[in-house]
Ligand binder design. Structure first.
Ligand SMILES: CC(C)(COP(=O)(O)OP(=O)(O)OC[C@H]1O[C@@H](n2cnc3c(N)ncnc32)[C@H](O)[C@@H]1OP(=O)(O)O)[C@@H](O)C(=O)NCCC(=O)NCCS
Length: 229
């Protein structure tokens, strides 16, 4: 990899523990030149405001470097339906950006059959948002812990779960369709489908975790390459 590229900054310690061994992870904290986009990506940004173009370019720069780590050189990641990134055949990956930063992960399907990443600013959720995002059981659990900030962690995890499941389900998944059982001691969680709309065994096979550093929450979700379904 080019050591002068912004997406080669050292990743936050502990980040690689959130993904299976063999996952490419790239992390970007600085603006990247718009020219780093490949033609198949460039056409997606014409309608975007400048700040959004920059976030998109950061995400694609990270995607490129995550792919390079797993042996894919200079491959475009175009925009597919519903804004989802289109990864090369045989690869699963995910992108997130927040507060001028971006992260991308990519894994060969032999390593993971789905992967999701999310990045959020730490903090509690407003009451109305909390009710949209968290199930009644999650809200009860949050009230018992007395740590309202964990609601934002649940939010970040659910967004990473959504990105992880997207290639399988290809539909919007409501926040109430998945329940997250947080295990704060190990920064891991167990995911559960709350109704018949999602395959319960697939949701239960999701693995992942989170970490908090520099005021940001990093959340991961991935499916083992051959889940026992
Ligand atoms: C799609 C969504 C998760 C993106 O989150 P966000 O906070 O807006 O933005 P993030 O920075 O975290 O992620 C943006 C990236 O997600 C990726 N993304 C967008 N839609 C996606 C989809 N349907 N599937 C997978 N990845 C997607 C894109 O790469 C995007 O970056 P890009 O547009 O620059 O390529 C969010 O907008 C959303 O629709 N959430 C509702 C559904 C949900 O999370 N349900 C929880 C069920 S458990």
């Amino acid at each position: 990899m080019d050591p002068s590229h912004p997406a080669t900054v050292p990743a936050t310690p502990g980040l690689s523990d959130l993904f299976p061994v063999g996952t490419g992870i790239a992390w970007c904290v600085a603006p990247v030149p718009g020219g780093c986009l490949l033609p198949a990506e460039q056409q997606a940004i014409s309608w975007m405001a400048p700040a959004r173009q920059q976030a998109f370019a950061q995400g694609r720069a990270c995607a490129r470097f995550a792919l390079a780590q797993i042996g894919y050189g200079n491959v475009a990641v175009p925009v597919a339906e519903q804004r989802a990134p289109l990864w090369p055949p045989g690869v699963t990956g995910s992108i997130a950006h927040c507060a001028g930063r971006a992260i991308a992960v990519a894994a060969r399907v032999e390593v993971a059959s789905g992967v999701g990443v999310d990045l959020e600013q730490a903090g509690s959720l407003e009451r109305g948002v909390l009710e949209l995002v968290c199930t009644p059981a999650e809200r009860d659990w949050l009230a018992q812990t007395g740590n309202a900030q964990l609601a934002r962690t649940i939010f970040a995890i659910k967004e990473s779960v959504y990105k992880c499941l997207w290639p399988r389900v290809r539909r919007y998944i409501d926040f109430q369709e998945v329940e997250i059982d947080l295990r704060p001691a190990g920064r891991r969680y167990v995911a559960r489908a709350t109704g018949p709309g999602l395959d319960a065994s697939v949701v239960a096979a999701i693995n992942g975790g989170w970490l908090e550093a520099g005021g940001l929450i990093y959340a991961s979700a991935y499916l083992p390459s051959a889940p026992a379904l």
